[in-house]
Design a protein around this ligand. Structure first.
Ligand code: IMP
Length: 202
């Protein structure tokens, strides 16, 4: 990707767009959100994070004529066999009520009398341009769940997730600290290597 290249962020989730903008800050791309361009949100019919990221990125690339980047991500809970996983946003319902979604996780763990609090976030980034093969970059961060939720930073399930080696939840952590270790940051390292570093050497 060259200097001044427009990059459409194929997401209507403002929390994600804020994080992606911050992660792309050091790079010479002009970031535009899908909502700013009035692009519709495609239905996420995939069965994996990568499939859903591709669906979103390819739709935005087709509709805008620009290179598009989509993130599909979610929280996987070991004792819930990896749920909510790709359904993480859907557990929050149409009102995107994440307090309700976090309460549902807590109730489902209680109903199973689960002692295992391990969980991990997954992020799949898809980079798409019309007529080209979509590229996928993924990352994950492991940790454990804590209840009640703590902290008002970040978004989504951040207040119940404590990354391995830390005491604070993602919801309590300084955003720079989260950006250094998160699933999204790890996927970004791979994306940057492929999309930016490669350009400088060719
Ligand atoms: P989707 O990828 O837009 O389908 O939604 C992913 C959902 O996973 C988000 O709405 C959040 O609930 C959750 N999620 C993904 N990444 C994070 C994160 O970094 N922190 C907290 N929740 C996240």
């Amino acid at each position: 990707m060259g200097a001044g290249q427009k990059l459409v962020i194929a997401s209507h989730n403002s929390g994600k767009v804020v994080e992606i903008r911050a992660l792309l800050e050091p790079f010479p791309v002009q970031v535009v959100g899908a909502a700013e361009l009035g692009l519709p949100e495609p239905e996420e019919t995939g069965e994996t994070f990568a499939e859903n990221a591709s669906i979103k990125a390819e739709a935005a690339a087709r509709q805008s004529g620009e290179i598009a980047l989509a993130d599909d991500s979610g929280l996987c809970v070991a004792a819930l066999d990896g749920q909510p996983g790709i359904y993480s946003a859907r557990w929050a319902g149409p009102d995107r009520d994440f307090l309700a979604a976090m309460t549902r996780v807590e109730h489902e763990l209680k109903s199973k009398a689960a002692k295992d609090s391990r969980a991990w976030f997954v992020c799949a980034l898809a980079l798409a341009a019309s007529g080209q093969t979509t590229e996928i970059f993924d990352g994950r961060v492991f940790g454990s769940l804590t209840f009640p939720p703590r902290g008002s930073r970040g978004f989504g399930y951040d207040p119940i997730f404590v990354p391995e080696g830390y005491r604070q939840t993602f919801g309590e952590m300084n955003p720079d600290k989260k950006h250094a270790i998160s699933h999204r940051a790890k996927a970004f390292v791979k994306l940057v290597r492929a999309a930016f570093v490669r350009d400088e050497t060719t």
